[in-house]
Design a protein around this ligand. Sequence first.
Ligand SMILES: Cc1cc2nc3c(=O)[nH]c(=O)nc-3n(C[C@H](O)[C@H](O)[C@H](O)COP(=O)(O)O)c2cc1C
Length: 192
Amino acid sequence: MPARPDILDYLRTRRSVGMAFLKEPGPSAAELEQILTVGTRVPDHGKLTPWRLVVIAGEARAQVGEKLAEIAQRRHPEYNEASLDVERKRFLPAPVTIMVISKAGHDPKVPEWEQFLSAGNVAFNLQHAAFAMGYAAVWNSRWYSMDSEAGAMLGARYGERIVAFVSIGTPTAVIEDRPRPLLGDVVTYWQG
Ligand SMILES: Cc1cc2nc3c(=O)[nH]c(=O)nc-3n(C[C@H](O)[C@H](O)[C@H](O)COP(=O)(O)O)c2cc1C
């Protein structure tokens, strides 16, 4: 396999760009299809495809936000308009958000947690694909990935779990890198 210093350079310098720093334009329909294709090309023990994706784009972003605000209001009657507005606008900054849903379940050979890991790979691979096409992306979970009513509204079926919202767009700012773990703190060599 030939060396690919460009890929190494990308991996060395890549970093997420938060939702607040994403804007139009987002990927075209053809680009999005490519991002989805690359994103779903991941390690998957047993070839179970234990995940699926839901795209939130265009007008759906505001519609989902409206429903999130309704649920948030029921959860928090004390919320004022400003707080509800935060929920309404959750998906607006990024042109497109891809929700990664885990379908992990019992399998005689593949533990459930390995199936979850495969879904995590999808989330990160979607980010890689977006970056490789010149966009920026971020992986969020937020309260609504852990709320059963919000999950059902977003499209998660019984027994499924939302793993990620990968939001993609054009960055409005250059984001400084964050501190990275020191290898000495996280790597040891097995010595018996
Ligand atoms: C599973 C998971 C869930 C996350 N959920 C959130 C979130 O809800 N809100 C948030 O601000 N960041 C969240 N993050 C962190 C962002 O993705 C963050 O931008 C990222 O860790 C930055 O790492 P990077 O600079 O290496 O790209 C989450 C990360 C992971 C892995």
